[in-house]
Design a protein around this ligand. Structure first.
Ligand code: ADP
Length: 397
């Protein structure tokens, strides 16, 4: 069966068409500037050059229509007709406490996702628009919702409660949820597979280091703690997000700079992280280049970043009373050997030693720790789209 995987944002839509038997990507692409002037679709059929189509996309339904046209196009297409799409898998950011697993999309499920909109006002409404647009263009094709939060629903209360008045949890469900669950789940399972390890009897820490970044403690195959919270702002220092700060800083800065709460949130989400610290960029390639040229702020930002990752790893070793495997994944985790090295240098007390030659490899599933390292350290490229396609196939009759 071919599965169309959809990741819908407020003005963008990413897609992949995956053959679930071979698990090959048949085509992938991105619609940008949906609802905005200058919208365009970049479509890449596997093994062929990408095509860029500039056409107005006044709404997401127009975007989905255009994607389906390209997928079946005689020249750029990869399938003959829409009948060759057996199911659609949607990435949904927030499932609140309602969803501990992926689920077939029904009217009730759509309503339940809507009820989580409050918790992810930037993402869930956009995800729902994607669901509706696909329903309109492909009525009758089964659809599955795969949640970023679902994998973390196994977290125990001691890990998900904040030290706030309990009534905020009771009234508004203010608690830690965690994100990147599809990635943490995929990577931890893949590590167990590669190492021939019984996942039901294992302690793993997954570091998903992309633009957004989070660490997850995976005990016996289940998430027991993760660094993101109610929203993706908590935890690690990220590309542009601050991660953990003293909450009193918000009042302090907002008074000094006369910023509203909304403006303060923009500072924490969009202007902080390594971008804010370095004054250079949120992109680690730019930071590396600047640091190599002697830019001290860029070098400091990298240090602050790696130190925070190492501290989270340390706290999750405590949470699980040990660790067997540490995995790095996502853009920075997969590609930036210097960051991995910096993080692992803090972990000598765990008996961790890194093989520099293996750490220099790229784009592969590889163990980067030495033979005699007491904990295995691995790089495992994440594949959230494939994970979504697998979840979808498992649920569609
Ligand atoms: P997102 O959270 O947007 O999916 P990614 O996982 O793509 O983010 O991660 C983006 C980060 O990964 C950027 O900071 C970028 O510097 C880094 N990155 C991506 N590709 C490479 C590469 N080939 N070499 C070094 N860094 C990379």
């Amino acid at each position: 069966m071919n599965v169309l995987v959809i990741n819908c944002g407020s003005s963008s839509l990413k897609y992949q068409l995956i053959d679930s038997v071979s698990e090959n990507v048949l085509a992938k692409g991105l619609c940008e500037r949906i609802t905005i002037d200058g919208s365009r679709l970049t479509h890449t059929p596997a093994g062929r050059d990408k095509v860029v189509i500039e056409k107005p996309m006044p709404d997401h339904t127009a975007a989905v229509k255009l994607v389906l046209e390209e997928l079946t196009d005689p020249e750029n297409g990869v399938i003959q007709s829409l009948e060759e799409i057996g199911a659609v898998g949607h990435r949904i950011v927030h499932g609140g406490e309602k969803f501990a697993a992926s689920t077939v999309i029904t009217d009730e499920v759509v309503q339940a996702i809507e009820e989580c909109n409050d918790l992810a006002p930037l993402h869930n409404p956009a995800n729902l628009i994607g669901i509706n647009a696909c329903k309109e263009c492909m009525p009758g094709v089964p659809m599955v919702a795969v949640f970023d939060t679902a994998f973390h629903q196994t977290m125990p209360k001691k890990a998900y409660l904040y030290g706030l008045p309990y009534e905020y949890y009771e009234k508004y469900k203010v608690r830690r949820y965690g994100f990147h669950g599809t990635s943490h789940s995929y990577v931890s399972k893949r590590a167990a597979q590669i190492l021939n390890l019984d996942i039901k009897n294992s302690k793993m820490i997954v570091c998903h280091l992309g633009n957004g970044a989070s660490v997850c403690a995976v005990l016996n195959g289940e998430s027991v703690d993760t660094s993101m919270g109610l929203t993706p702002l908590e935890g690690l220092i990220m590309g542009t997000r601050s991660g953990d700060i003293d909450p009193a800083i918000m009042e302090f800065i907002s008074k000094k700079e006369q910023l509203s709460l909304e403006e303060m949130m923009t500072v924490l989400n969009k202007k902080s992280g390594v971008a804010g610290l370095s004054k250079v960029s949120s992109d680690f390639r730019d930071l590396d280049a600047a640091a190599a040229q002697g830019n001290e702020l860029a070098a400091d930002a990298l240090q602050v970043y790696a130190y925070r990752v190492a501290k989270y790893i340390g706290s999750y070793v405590a949470a699980m009373n040990g660790v067997d495997v540490i995995c790095f994944t996502a853009g920075v985790g997969e590609n930036n050997s210097a960051v991995r090295k910096m993080v692992c240098e803090y972990l000598g007390y765990l008996g961790i030693a890194i093989d520099d030659e293996k750490n220099a490899l790229r784009g592969e599933e590889v163990t980067i720790s030495t033979e005699d390292s007491r904990v295995r350290v691995m790089v495992i490229p994440t594949n959230e789209e494939l994970a979504i396609a697998r979840e979808t196939v498992a649920l569609v009759p």
